[in-house]
Ligand binder design. Structure first.
Ligand SMILES: NC(=O)c1ccc[n+]([C@@H]2O[C@H](COP(=O)([O-])OP(=O)(O)OC[C@H]3O[C@@H](n4cnc5c(N)ncnc54)[C@H](OP(=O)(O)O)[C@@H]3O)[C@@H](O)[C@H]2O)c1
Length: 430
């Protein structure tokens, strides 16, 4: 066997620890696939005294991860610290500039600095691999960049955040409100103490920005992703979704349209018999639609030490074998600059749930506001009557433009008989 690939790992937390264990427990299969052993020779983390569950005898310790990145004895650098700022930013650029290939799980860094990273890698001839950055153990980066490379991709859609999917699944299965389920998810370790990054859709948006760039060969543009999270989804909406034959999922969707590329993260009503509707709990899934291949769906665990380590080590095996690909599937200066479609131009059907005072003329007022904005109704749902009391009504629209829908909803919200902010959820085919 040839010389081992010597790896330096910066970050020994959930994912870093998982990578150390995988390389130890599956050393034989990894070496067989890589054509040589992969050996960890240097590590960096904040706390040297912490037990990582794996013996690190003889492994060089770096208090400064940037110094690890440029160490001459290291062939490849694995960045598992996270965040789009330093030290992750400094260490990945330092490694690439030094001609060292990098493997990372850092979606925030890729989403915000993807083009500059690709340019740095191209200048020095180093590789930058990031399979673990999107959907954990699901090999979606390789699928888009290699397996589906011959297709013109029309659409990519996915459940990209396990925390949100766990919360929405629990709300549906147990009829509970968002805040209760979030508190429970935090206790179980499925949600962070500061959950905003996940539940406000930012994490899914980072991942979608990466998928959009790969799917459409366009420079990554995180700021163009429309982002909404799941805080506003209520148990009532989930119950109505069930009644209408839908499930509510937080999806990341990127679509090629005549006007340009649409990329958006928001709660969606998806038909309950569609494949994405059936992906529950902490699972992630991604659907890609290509002109020759048709529809492909990959499902699996989107986070956690094991699945994420599986993706990181797959990238290391590629490096050990000398298998490389351009960061975004094509040369950085050959990426397209196709325009992004603003959310106001989005066209689709909508679910609209109102809480109204049950009195004569309310429905006519609501219907009038929709008509005046050019929004046409497909169906309406109301259960029983409760004169003088608050009752929910649900309206489903035909396809309409987002800008028109916003005008209608603003008007409806200002009606005296409408008691709270309307709930608006886009309907997606899944
Ligand atoms: N967790 C997942 O399931 C998952 C899934 C997909 C992708 N990712 C991505 O993987 C990356 C790592 O996530 P994680 O969950 O493993 O994070 P984590 O558990 O918080 O671990 C972060 C590691 O970085 C080290 N670190 C932090 N600041 C440092 C500094 N200034 N210098 C040196 N080391 C430093 C920490 O050291 P100490 O241990 O000494 O504190 C820790 O070992 C992130 O980009 C994340 O988005 C995570």
């Amino acid at each position: 066997m040839t010389r081992p690939l010597s790896v330096g790992i910066a970050g020994l937390g959930t994912v870093g620890g998982g990578v150390l264990r995988l390389l130890r427990d599956n050393a034989d299969i990894v070496a067989a696939h890589a054509g040589r052993p992969i050996s960890v020779t240097a590590v960096s983390a904040r706390d040297r005294g912490r037990d990582r569950g794996v013996k690190l005898d003889g492994v060089r310790w770096y208090q400064d991860p940037v110094a690890l990145a440029t160490e001459s004895g290291v062939d490849a650098v694995v960045e598992l610290i996270g965040g789009s700022d330093d030290p992750a930013h400094a260490l990945v650029f330092a490694a690439l500039r030094a001609g060292k290939s990098v493997v990372t799980a850092n979606k925030a860094l890729l989403a915000r600095h993807g083009v500059a990273l690709a340019q740095a890698a191209e200048r020095s001839g180093a590789s930058l691999a990031f399979e673990a950055s999107v959907a954990g153990g699901i090999p979606i980066i390789k699928a888009l960049r290699e397996g589906l490379a011959a297709n013109r991709i029309r659409r990519v859609a996915g459940i990209l955040n396990g925390t949100c999917n766990f919360i929405l699944t629990s709300m549906r299965e147990r009829g509970r409100e968002f805040a209760d389920v979030l508190a429970e998810a935090q206790k179980l370790g499925y949600a962070e103490a500061d959950p905003g990054f996940d539940i406000d859709g930012v994490d899914a948006a980072h991942k979608l920005a990466i998928l959009t760039a790969l799917a459409f060969g366009r420079a990554v543009r995180f700021d163009d992703v429309h982002v909404e999270g799941i805080r506003q989804v209520s148990a009532l909406d989930i119950a109505f979704a069930r009644e209408l034959g839908y499930r509510i999922k937080l999806l990341g969707i990127a679509r090629r349209t005549e006007a340009g590329i649409e990329s958006r993260v928001h709660p969606c009503m998806v038909p309950e018999n569609s494949p994405l509707a059936r992906v529950d709990g902490v699972y992630n899934a991604v659907v890609a639609e290509g002109d020759f291949v048709g529809r492909v769906m990959l499902e699996g665990r989107g986070a956690g030490a094991g699945p994420t380590a599986s993706a990181v080590v797959a990238d290391l095996i590629d490096l050990a074998r000398g298998r490389t690909a351009p960061v975004w599937g094509a040369a950085a200066d050959g990426l397209s600059d196709a325009p992004s479609v603003p959310m106001s131009a989005y066209v689709g059907a909508y679910y609209l749930r109102l809480m109204v005072l049950d009195r004569p003329g309310v429905i006519a007022d609501v219907a009038g506001a929709l008509r005046d904005s050019g929004v046409s109704l497909e169906s309406m749902l109301q259960h029983g009557r409760a004169p003088g009391e608050a009752v929910p009504i649900v309206l489903v629209t035909h396809e309409t433009r987002e800008s028109q829908m916003r005008v209608a909803v603003d008007k409806i919200e200002r009606l005296d008989s409408v008691l709270e902010r309307p709930s608006v959820i886009r309907i997606e085919h899944g």
